[in-house]
Design a protein around this ligand. Structure first.
Ligand code: FES
Length: 156
């Protein structure tokens, strides 16, 4: 085995060890969203949007496209940890095709955690960040609906 093959083998073993550690801490659904996050993109011209800084200092942004009071599209961005990406992915999936009221009342941190089969205690705030960002994006939608001219003054 040459030096490159040695290095490649070492990297592969390391990767497998890391994945084993991750599997011990997180459910299959967490890993699936982590490897393939949904709706992870900025949206142009949203009907509602919000940016929230979590207790950890990380930020999440959410964007909504609404039609007849129903969430037709929900996307997000974050500069946060892997778990925040997972939680944003789940929150945006849950919100899609829900009425304003269903999304507001139903996409809570508890629901996100339930969908994920729970998270380690130190990651629970990532679910809270995703739920709070969605709540504020929905509030922004309501605000924009009442004062549509204000949309032109926001930085999105
Ligand atoms: Fe900041 Fe997860 S550690 S959002």
């Amino acid at each position: 085995m040459n030096k490159d093959e040695d290095l490649e083998k070492y990297a592969k073993e390391l990767q497998e060890q890391i994945m084993e550690q991750i599997k011990k801490r997180y459910s299959e659904n967490v890993i699936a969203h982590w490897q393939n996050p949904k709706n992870f993109q900025k949206m142009d011209n949203p009907d509602g949007c919000a940016q929230v800084k979590g207790s950890c200092g990380d930020t999440m942004e959410m964007f909504l496209k609404m039609k007849d009071g129903v969430v037709k599209q929900c996307t997000f961005q974050t500069d946060g940890c892997g778990t925040s990406i997972v939680c944003g992915s789940v929150a945006t999936e849950l919100a899609q095709n829900k009425s304003f009221t269903q999304a507001l009342g139903g996409v809570t941190a508890e629901e996100i955690l339930k969908q994920l089969g729970g998270l380690p205690e130190e990651d629970v705030h990532c679910a809270q960040l995703a739920a709070e960002t969605l709540r504020r994006a929905l509030a922004d939608y309501l605000y924009q609906k009442r004062a549509p001219w204000k949309k032109h003054y926001r930085n999105t």
